[in-house]
Design a protein around this ligand. Structure first.
Ligand code: ATP
Ligand code: FE
Length: 374
C-alpha cells in the first residue's frame, strides 16, 4: 500500500505519504502557531485562510514530489473529516476529493483522534502495539482514556468534563505572559523547569471522584488567581521570574498528577473488559511533554505495561498519522469511492458542500463511565 494523508482539522496543514510497512516516504507541515499567537487562540477564519494558502501553494504536490510518487501510484487518499473546525476541515477534504476524483483513487475518511492513536503502531511497530491496548490521548481539544479493541473499535473510559490539558497549558502560558509563538505548551514546559513544583499549593482535580474523567477548569481558575495575587499586571521581569516559574511548575505537577490518577484507574477498568491489554499508548500534542512522558512511564511500569509514546513531532498534528490510519483502514476495506470529476468541481466552488464530522465522538462511553460520571 501507498497512502497519501492530509490533515487540516485545526491549525496545522499536514501532508504525508506512507507505505503499508510503515515507512514515511515524505512529509510536510505548515504550522500556524505564529499566526494565532497574538489572538489568544485559534481564529477559525484565519486558520482557514492559512490552510488554503498552503494547499494552493502546492503542499500536496511538493510532498508527492519529495516522495518520488506520482498520484496514480497511490492506493488511497486518507483525509481527516473530523472532529475539528468545519472551515478548516473543508479545505483539506476538498483537496483530497478533487485529487481522488482526478486519479480515481479510493478515499479513507479519518477520525483525527483515531489518527493520534494509531500513529503509535507505525512508530513502535504493529507487533509492539497489538490490539487491545489502552490509550491516553491528550491534545489541544481532547483528554481521553480509551480502550482500543481494533481499528474503529473504541470504548471510552474517561473524557474531560471541561477543558483539555493542551488548552489549559496554552491558557496558563498566556496568563504568565509567555511568548506563545512556538506554542503555549512548550513555552510553559520550559519555564516550569526553573520553578519549584511544590511552590504553589494547587490541588489535584477530582481526587474523590472514582471515575476516569478529567477536569481542568478548577485548576485553571486557581492558576489565574495565583497569577493575579503574585504577579498582578506586572510584565515579565527578573523580579517576578521565579514566582512565574513556580506557578508554571506547580500547575504542571498537579495537571500531570491528574493524568496519572485517571490512567491508573483506567488500567483496572480496561483489564476488566480485556485482561490482555498489550501496552499503554500516550499520544496527542501534550504527550510531547517530557514530564508527562516520565510520569506516565512510571504508571505504565507499575501496571506492568510497556509505554508507547510516539516521538514528539508525531504527537502533535501531522499528516503521517492520517496517512497511516489510511493504511490501517484500507486493509479492512473501510474506504469510500471517489466523487466524479464533475461532482468534485461543484464541491471545489462550494455549489455542493462536502460532508464533514466536526463533532465526531471516538467510540461509546463505557457503562461504568456513564454510571459514575457527573
Ligand atoms: P485535537 O487533537 O484535540 O483536535 P489539536 O489538534 O489542536 O487538538 P494537537 O496538535 O494534538 O492538538 O496538540 C496541540 C496541543 O498540545 C496544544 O494545546 C499545545 O499547547 C500542546 N502541547 C504541545 N507541546 C506541548 C508540551 N511540550 N507540553 C505541553 N503541552 C504541549
Ligand atoms: Fe490533534
Amino acid at each position: 500500500e501507498l497512502v497519501l494523508g492530509i490533515e487540516s482539522s485545526c491549525d496545522d496543514t499536514g501532508v504525508a505519504i506512507v507505505t503499508g510497512d510503515g515507512r514515511i516516504l515524505a512529509q510536510s507541515l505548515a504550522s500556524q502557531n505564529e499566526l494565532h499567537a497574538q489572538w489568544g487562540g485559534v481564529v477559525p477564519k484565519l486558520a482557514q485562510g492559512a490552510h488554503q494558502e498552503a494547499i494552493d501553494g502546492g503542499i500536496v504536490e511538493t510532498t508527492l514530489e519529495k516522495a518520488g510518487v506520482r498520484p496514480e501510484q497511490l492506493s488511497a487518499i486518507a483525509i481527516t473529516i473530523g472532529p475539528g473546525l468545519s472551515l478548516c476541515l473543508r479545505v483539506g477534504v476538498r483537496k483530497a476529493r478533487s485529487l481522488a476524483a482526478a486519479h480515481n483513487l479510493p478515499l479513507v475518511p479519518v477520525h483525527h483522534m483515531e489518527a493520534h492513536t494509531l500513529i503509535a503502531r507505525l512508530t513502535a511497530g504493529v507487533e509492539n502495539v497489538q490490539f487491545p491496548f489502552l490509550a491516553l490521548l491528550v491534545s489541544g481539544g481532547h483528554n481521553l482514556l480509551v480502550l482500543v479493541r481494533g481499528v474503529g473499535e473504541y470504548v471510552q473510559l474517561g473524557s474531560s468534563l471541561d477543558d483539555a490539558l493542551g488548552e489549559a497549558y496554552d491558557k496558563t502560558a498566556r496568563l504568565l505572559g509567555l511568548d506563545v509563538g512556538g506554542g503555549g505548551g512548550p513555552a510553559l514546559e520550559k519555564l516550569a523547569k526553573q520553578g519549584d513544583d511544590k511552590g504553589i499549593p494547587f490541588s489535584v482535580p477530582m481526587i474523590r471522584k472514582g471515575n476516569c474523567d478529567f477536569s481542568y477548569a478548577g485548576l485553571k481558575t486557581a492558576v489565574r488567581l495565583a497569577v493575579e495575587d503574585k504577579v498582578g499586571d506586572d510584565p515579565p521581569s527578573e523580579s517576578n521570574m521565579q514566582v512565574r516559574a513556580d506557578i508554571a511548575a506547580s500547575f504542571q505537577r498537579c495537571a500531570v498528577k491528574h493524568l496519572e490518577h485517571r490512567t491508573k484507574r483506567a488500567v483496572t477498568w480496561a483489564r476488566e473488559l480485556e485482561p490482555e491489554i498489550s501496552c499503554l499508548v500516550v499520544s496527542g500534542g501534550v504527550a510531547s511533554n517530557q514530564v508527562v512522558r516520565a510520569r506516565l512511564a512510571e504508571v505504565a511500569e507499575q501496571a506492568g505495561l510497556p509505554l508507547i509514546c510516539p516521538p514528539p513531532s508525531l504527537c502533535t498534528d501531522n499528516g503521517v498519522m492520517v496517512a497511516w490510519t489510511g493504511v490501517e483502514r484500507l486493509r479492512l476495506g473501510l474506504t469510500e469511492a471517489p466523487p466524479t470529476e464533475e461532482q468534485a468541481a461543484l464541491e471545489a466552488t462550494g455549489e455542493v458542500d462536502v460532508s464533514l464530522k466536526p463533532r465526531w465522538l471516538l467510540g461509546e462511553r463505557h457503562p461504568m463511565a456513564v454510571q459514575l460520571g457527573s
